[in-house]
Design a protein around this ligand. Sequence first.
Ligand code: GLY
Ligand code: MN
Ligand code: MN
Length: 493
Amino acid sequence: MAESAADAPRATSNRSTTPRSDTFAHYISSQWADRVEELPAARAQATYAADRRARISALHPGARLIIPAGAAKQRSNDTDYPYRAHSAFAHLTGWGSDAVAGAVLVMEPTADGHDATLYFREAAGRDTDEFYANPEIGEFWTGPRPSLAHVAADLGLATRGIADLGAVLDTVDATTLVVREADRDLTDQIDGRRLLASSGADESIEIDADEALARDLSELRLTKDDFEIAEMRAAVAATKQGFDDVIADLPQIIAHPRGERLVEGTFNRRARADGNTVGYDTIAASGPHACILHWTRNDGPVVPGDLILLDAGIELDSYYTADITRTLPISGRFTGVQRQVYEAVLDAADAAFAIVRPGIRFRDIHAEAMRVIAERTAEWGLLPVTAEESLEPDHQYHRRYMVHGTSHHLGIDVHDCAQARRELYIDGVLEEGMVFTIEPGLYFQPDDLSVPAAYRGIGVRIEDNILVTADGAENLSVGIPRTADDVEAWLAR
Ligand code: GLY
Ligand code: MN
Ligand code: MN
C-alpha cells in the first residue's frame, strides 16, 4: 500500500538539496491561496461500477472483500513504471488512469449485501513538508492528489483516508478475502492477521477463498456492459487512427535503419496525442520478425518487398484496450506468395467469425480457424498428411505454422478474464456482450526446411475485435482494411 512509499525514501535522499531549515519550512508553507473545490458530477461509469459491485457482493455474502489498486512498481533505482491500478479494482470502482496508487476498495458485509468504501491517500495540505520535500508523492513532484470529497462525488463511492485502513486491518479474520496479487505488502499483512485470528489453522483454506474471489472477479468481466462496449468501440476507433498514421509515415519509416522503432513511435505518438496510451507493447515486426509472435524489440529495418506485421492497441483512460493486427506489404503490393498466405489467414478469420453467435462454444472458433489453416497448408503440400489427418488431436502438423490460439477475451486487460474457469472460458458457451479477438496467423520461420524457400520468412496475422450480439456477432474493427485488395488500396492513398 502507499504508506510504504512515503515512509521509505529512495536513493534520491542522498542527493537532496531541498532546504531543511525551520525558516525555509515556515516560509514555503505560507502564502498559499485557499483551495475552493467544486465537486464533479459522477462519471458515466459510476453506476456501472455499482452494478458490478452488487454482482460480486451477491457471490460472497458475509465476507469482507478487499480489492487493492496496488502500489507503483519500481522500474529501476528511483524510477517507477507508469502507474497502473489492478484491473479488478478499476472494474469495481471505475477509477482508471487517474487512480491514486495504493488505493484500496473495501466491501464490508451488511445484512443484505456490502457497503463499499474506497481508502486512498488524499490531497495533502501545506501543513506537512510532503508537498515540496517528498519526490515520490509530493504535489510539487508528481502533482496534486484529489480530495476524499472529490473522489466520492466522481465515483459515487464512500471514501476515507488511507490512514483509516489500519482500523480495517485490525479486525481482519478468516471471513476477509483479498485479491492477493494486487498488492503483495497488503496481502502479507492480511495473511499475518488471519493467521493470528485462526490460531494457526490451515492457511490454505483462506488462500483458496482468495483465489475464488479473483476467479469470480475475472468471470464478472466475461460479458461487457454498455459502458464497456462503448469504450471498446472508442478504443478501436482510436487504434484505426494509429494504423492510418503509420501508413502515412511509411516513407520516413522505410528510410530509417530502425524503421520498426519509427512504426512503434508513430503508433504510440497517436496514443499520446489523443490523451491515451497503449494497452500492451506495440509489436512492429517487419520481414522475418513477423514470425516472432511477440516481437517488441522493434529494432529492425522496414524493407520494401517484405511484409510488416503491426499488432497494436490503444488503451483509454478507463483502461479498455483494443488489440488489432494488420499485416501490410511495405512496397504497397503483395507478391504472389505473400497474397496466397495472406488470403489463407483471412479465410480462416472469416470462417471463424461466421460461426460466432450466442450458444456456440468459445473453442469452436479456434477449431473453425484451424480447419481452414489445415486445409490450405495441406493444399500447398506443406503437411506430411491430409488436412483431416492433421486435424486429429494427436497430429496437428499444421500447428507448426501457428502455435498460438485464435481468440482471447479482451477488455480492461488485453488478455482479459485470465483467471476465469476453463469451463467458462475456453470450454465456455458464448453469450451476448462478450468481446474477444479472432487472430489467426501463418508464420513460416526463415530456417524452416519443411516449407519451400519462397514461404520462408513470411509471417501474417490478421486480428480483429469481435462483439457477440443477440443473434450473431459484430466485427468492431471491420473498418480497418483487412482484405488484400483493401489493404493495397489503403497503402496507395
Ligand atoms: N497483442 C497480443 C495478442 O494479440 O494477444
Ligand atoms: Mn490478441
Ligand atoms: Mn494482438
